[in-house]
Design a binder for this molecule. Structure first.
Ligand code: THU
Length: 157
């Protein structure tokens, strides 16, 4: 018998405790929530990815009447980022959401399982950890990598 314990470090910051670059990334994720198309869930999610060199690319959830055809903010952002900038590696991603009343969520919004798997592939391509910033109203949770959000991931690629 053998046991291992998987730990995920999560550090919580107020916005002013973040570096200027991370604060900007968080701001872009919050801004991107405005571009959500969410007439069914009324849950507006924004994701912003910082690429090597500092450029930020963002995305928002896009829903569809044929529900499974919709896409989360994180996958909108990462597929767009790599489609537009195939040579640039990801450095960090921030994710924010607003509820049906337009308020930033009081607790952090973490990516769904499918988005974790999609993001992990770009972290693997980057060859180094992609920082994850999960935004709540007044607080940001920082995780050191996508892998830390998806332990025991499928990585046979
Ligand atoms: N959604 C995201 O965009 N990202 C997440 O991390 C979780 C969920 C979207 C999918 C759907 O449009 C809405 O939020 C409600 O689930």
């Amino acid at each position: 018998m053998r046991e291992t314990i998987i730990e995920t470090p999560v550090t919580y910051y107020t916005p002013d405790e973040l570096s200027a670059a991370d604060r900007e990334l968080v701001g872009r994720a919050v801004e991107a929530t405005r571009n959500a198309y969410a007439p069914y869930s009324h849950f507006h999610v924004g994701a912003a990815i910082r690429l090597e060199g500092g450029e930020i690319v963002s995305g928002a959830n896009q829903e569809n009447a044929a529900f499974p055809s919709g896409t989360c903010a994180e996958r909108t952002a990462c597929y767009y980022a790599h489609a537009a900038h195939p040579d640039k590696r990801f450095e960090a991603i921030a994710i924010a959401a607003r509820d049906a009343d337009g308020n930033l969520t009081r607790t952090v919004t973490a990516p769904c399982g499918a988005c974790r798997q999609a993001l992990l592939e770009y972290e693997t391509l980057a060859g180094r950890p992609v920082k994850v910033l999960l935004v709540a109203d007044g607080e940001i949770a920082l995780l050191p990598s996508v892998k830390s959000l998806l332990p025991l991931a499928f990585t046979e690629f």
